[in-house]
Design a protein. Structure first.
Length: 129
């Protein structure tokens, strides 16, 4: 089983917040971008791939720009359904309200802390632009 096939299999088992990426080409674009980022920044490779899984599962939803401004997202956690929660991410300021980010456990790249929720939202922006 290839990495992409294994990823798609895992993604199908996750509940959805928003619609998943519709086109197969977009899904492969997400995986390709995640692989490139993981190779370029090995310290965050696991978080990059988990962020890609969140996006592919439909766990990323842009928030209404009239209420929140631009570049705000709601990203569901990967926790089991009974403990699942949604985190608020701002890709303009590189912030997330998840425990990893707030408690300083998310690694830093170029002075910016990056968690999987932030990667998921950034991947959403890149694949939709």
């Amino acid at each position: 089983m290839t990495t992409a096939t294994a990823t798609v299999t895992r993604v199908r088992s996750l509940p959805r917040l928003a619609e998943p990426l519709p086109a197969r080409s977009q899904a492969s674009d997400v995986l390709l971008l995640a692989d490139r980022a993981a190779r370029r920044f090995p310290a965050v490779s696991e978080r990059v791939h988990r962020g890609a899984l969140l996006l592919l599962a439909g766990h990323v939803e842009p928030l209404d720009p009239h209420c929140y401004g631009t570049r705000w997202f709601r990203v569901l956690s990967q926790s089991p359904a009974r403990r699942r929660r949604a985190y608020t991410v701002n890709t303009a300021r590189f912030t997330c309200d998840c425990p990893d980010f707030l408690q300083g456990r998310a690694p830093e790249i170029s002075g910016r802390r990056l968690c999987k929720h932030l990667f998921a939202a950034l991947l959403w922006e890149v694949t939709r632009s």
